[in-house]
Design a protein around this ligand. Structure first.
Ligand SMILES: [Zn+2]
Length: 424
């Protein structure tokens, strides 16, 4: 079964061929730790956690890097408002973020780099861009010259006149001193008097947001790697800028083979955002719902679709997750020891069929709603079948696929974690 994923750059579903000689490199843009996490963050990180788990279930080695943007305009603004050191502020929210994601049962990324610990790598990349004529220094700032990169816009597919207003909404300052083009983006900027500052050949200052991710991604995954992900609102300008500066600095293309973007969260039809005051916070949900209820709710939506938050559906997800858990517990009662991971030939036909359809759904651009439906079909078997052998197999299969692939906690016995299992 070939795994097909949707690549934003090429705009279609394409077969994903993992590299054979190295782990699958996966970089996901992490949080800017200045505030509490909302359900949109959780949707993104749970979606990539499922991809991480699924690739490992298939037997692949994954090197998962998720950064922390611990110095940028938002961080510094919030630190100033609170009269607090930006690193102290960042550390506090990093701890909160990790605690929330642990509650949602994520597998932590392999590398969790912080922007402030990678300034030399950012400066090396900026130096290469200046040398190659893709960047210019002006008024103590360094800008990437968009005109030097004709492919700028390929990821988002936006025409030039549509780019500027969106970039401005997402951090671009069109009239910064010395800019040749309002769309040219900051690689390095002069720090204000109360901001952190690092020495640099082109003037002391601090990095721009986009270069942080390019430098951290290439430090840990090389100039070219398999998967780069993030929320849909990062495609432009953040990821567009990452492609331009990474490829221009290294001279190697493509920077990334597959660009994956998650859908946005909405509340009563409106975008969930701080300015509208309609954020659903993970912290608040965890007071009322177990982690499995929230995760079940999130994976019951396809990662590329918009999610219109509906608490009644979340409540129903809590009941549905409990139903899966009961099926697992019933199997444990009959066969207390976790069986070895599924050998398709040893499975009863009904269980083998649901497993095959679960894996087919996952191979189809991670269709988790369809995959989840197969788990509920297995749970129905546990509720009805009299044959203990069938109940035990169905329950343990929910445990294996729901636990290892979808990341639900389910029953109390840990599932064995062997080498990969054939997907066919
Ligand atoms: Zn990023």
């Amino acid at each position: 079964m070939t795994l097909r994923l949707h690549d934003t750059l090429r705009g279609q579903l394409l077969p994903f061929e993992p590299p054979t000689d190295q782990p699958i490199g996966m970089y996901v843009c992490g949080v800017t730790p200045y505030d509490t996490g909302h359900l949109g963050h959780a949707f993104t990180y749970v979606s990539f956690d499922v991809l991480h788990r699924y690739l490992e279930y298939l037997g692949h080695d994954v090197r998962y890097v998720q950064n922390l943007t611990d110095v940028d305009d938002d961080m510094l603004r919030r630190a100033r408002e609170r009269g607090e050191d930006y690193l102290t502020l960042g550390n506090r929210w990093v701890t909160t973020f990790r605690t929330e994601m642990d509650a949602l049962n994520w597998l932590p990324p392999d590398v969790y780099p912080r922007a402030t610990e990678h300034i030399p790598q950012m400066q090396a990349m900026i130096g290469a861009l200046l040398e190659r004529g893709h960047a210019y220094a002006a008024e103590g700032n360094v800008y990437f010259s968009v005109a030097s990169w004709p492919a700028f816009g390929a990821l988002s597919g936006l025409p030039r006149n549509a780019m500027l207003p969106i970039a401005n909404e997402r951090g671009n300052v069109p009239d910064m001193a010395g800019k040749r083009d309002p769309l040219d983006f900051v690689l390095w900027q002069r720090s204000l008097s109360d901001e952190p500052v690092w020495d640099a050949p082109w003037g002391a200052g601090r990095p721009g947001w986009h270069i942080e991710c390019s430098a951290m991604a290439t430090t840990y995954l090389g100039n070219q790697f398999a998967i780069h992900g993030g929320g849909g609102d990062l495609a432009f300008p953040h990821h567009e800028a990452e492609i331009a500066q990474s490829e221009a600095a290294s001279g190697q293309r493509p920077f990334v083979e597959f660009w994956l973007h998650t859908g946005m969260l909405r509340q009563a039809g409106e975008k969930m955002s701080k300015s509208l005051g309609n954020l659903v916070l993970v912290r608040d949900l965890l007071r009322s719902y177990p982690g499995d209820a929230i995760r079940h709710y999130l994976v019951s939506h396809h990662y590329r679709h918009e999610v219109d938050f509906d608490e009644a559906v979340l409540e129903a997800s809590g009941l549905a997750a409990a139903r899966l858990r009961r099926a697992c517990l019933r199997a444990e009662e009959i066969a207390p020891v976790a069986p070895p991971p599924a050998d398709p030939d040893a499975l009863l036909p009904a269980v083998a069929g649901h497993r095959a359809r679960f894996l087919a759904a996952m191979a189809d651009d991670l269709d988790t709603p369809a995959a989840l439906a197969e788990l509920h079909a297995l749970a129905a078997i546990c509720g009805e079948a009299g044959d203990p052998h069938l109940v035990a197999q169905a329950g343990w299969m929910i445990h294996e696929l729901g636990g290892r692939v979808l990341g639900l906690r389910l029953a109390s016995v840990p599932v064995t974690t062997p080498e990969g299992v054939p997907a066919t």
